[in-house]
Design a protein around this ligand. Structure first.
Ligand code: ITT
Length: 186
């Protein structure tokens, strides 16, 4: 059984739903781990794993995600959690007041420890930043992010709809590809 180590219930629900659909059940381990300040999400999960390796038994998964806004040269990116606590979605909207280009990318990097080895998986979702917060679903920056090909924000979608587009769901695709390699399709 893989334990998903995260303090974020929303992340857990999204990944749980995707994996359950493929017959894989995961457990939630609700605890934090040290997150260094670094210029990439992968460095953050790789460092977190060095700490968790000594503290968690068995296979585990961690997820570091970030919102990279083009007009802000990729900010908040790896600092998304800090920026969310300090300025929130409203703060990002303020920084973009008057901006012509509202394109942004959401990115997730997973690190899986399986059988003592580390494996990283990535997923991204292109989209735009809405003019105002919309919707009550999801979490974090979901009320201001509109994925490409949609008119609604992630917060205006159900969990299953968000999973059709999201960065995290694309990372689950890569994880599934790894977990089911050599196994018959579920
Ligand atoms: P853990 O580190 O415990 O997993 P966290 O919420 O701190 O949980 P991150 O550092 O990866 O996770 O998240 C960075 C920020 O980006 C944080 O404020 C999240 O709410 C937000 N975020 C992450 N994934 C998101 C998503 O799919 N939709 C909207 N916001 C998201």
């Amino acid at each position: 059984m893989i334990q998903f180590v995260t303090t974020n219930e929303g992340k857990f629900k999204e990944v749980f739903d995707r994996l359950l659909g493929r017959g894989i059940r995961i457990e939630h381990l609700d605890r934090s781990y040290p997150e260094i300040q670094a210029d990439s999400l992968e460095k953050i999960v790789r460092f977190g794993a060095t700490v968790l390796d000594d503290e968690v038994r068995g296979d585990y998964l961690i997820d570091d995600s970030g919102l990279f806004v083009d007009a802000l040269n990729g900010f908040p990116g790896p600092y998304s959690a800090y920026a969310y606590k300090r300025i929130g979605s409203k703060g990002i909207l303020r920084l973009l007041e008057g901006a012509r280009v509202r394109a942004a990318t959401f990115e997730t990097v997973f690190l899986l420890r399986k059988g003592g080895e580390h494996h990283a998986f990535r997923g991204e979702c292109r989209g735009t930043i809405a003019d105002a917060e919309r919707g009550k679903g999801g979490f974090g920056y979901d009320p201001i992010f509109i994925p490409e090909g949609e008119a609604r924000t992630f917060a205006e979608m159900s969990l299953k709809e968000k999973n059709l587009y999201s960065h995290r769901s694309r990372a689950v695709d890569a994880l599934l590809e790894f977990l089911t390699r050599g196994r018959p399709e579920a």
